[in-house]
Design a protein around this ligand. Sequence first.
Ligand code: GDP
Ligand code: MG
Length: 163
Amino acid sequence: MSFTVAIIGRPNVGKSTLFNRLVGRKLALVDDQPGVTRDRRRHAGKLYDLRFDVIDTAGLEDAAANSLEERMRAQTETAIREADLVLFMVDSRAGLMPDDRTFAEVVRRTGKPVVLVANKAESRGAQSGALEAWELGLGEPIPFSAEHGEGLVDLRHAIVEAI
Ligand code: GDP
Ligand code: MG
């Protein structure tokens, strides 16, 4: 089966880090500064035996739109349209932010299958942040670490269930 996964979430949650891990190359720039991904990026990726296309998004960089929210919406909606499955990422260390809820609402409205990933969960302190992600109403958050490669088996399982 061939399908496309779009990684969606507010800036700095770790989308590009996961994108690079799935495609097996450092194609997307990872940075502490929010908004370093200039445009959408699509590439063939894999997770164990699963092969699929992955789309990385910036979320904020679409200069054609006006307000912050419009820009997020435009980028996010385009990526979601192209995707069979949305991988929605939050930062479990930072906890839920208003932008997470905005993105989650956009995702929910599309009706696409969603897998919720609570990234940066490698530290103990991230537990409550990961649990907080239940509030988004997108199902069970998967505690995850894109940087350290933790939660990959659970992610594979969730993708298979959702697709
Ligand atoms: P994006 O803006 O959503 O694409 O986020 P990036 O992938 O550029 O990552 C933003 C920052 O979070 C970078 O400094 C990454 O190194 C860091 N980061 C990404 N994944 C993890 C993780 O699993 N744990 C921790 N502690 N930091 C992470
Ligand atoms: Mg990025």
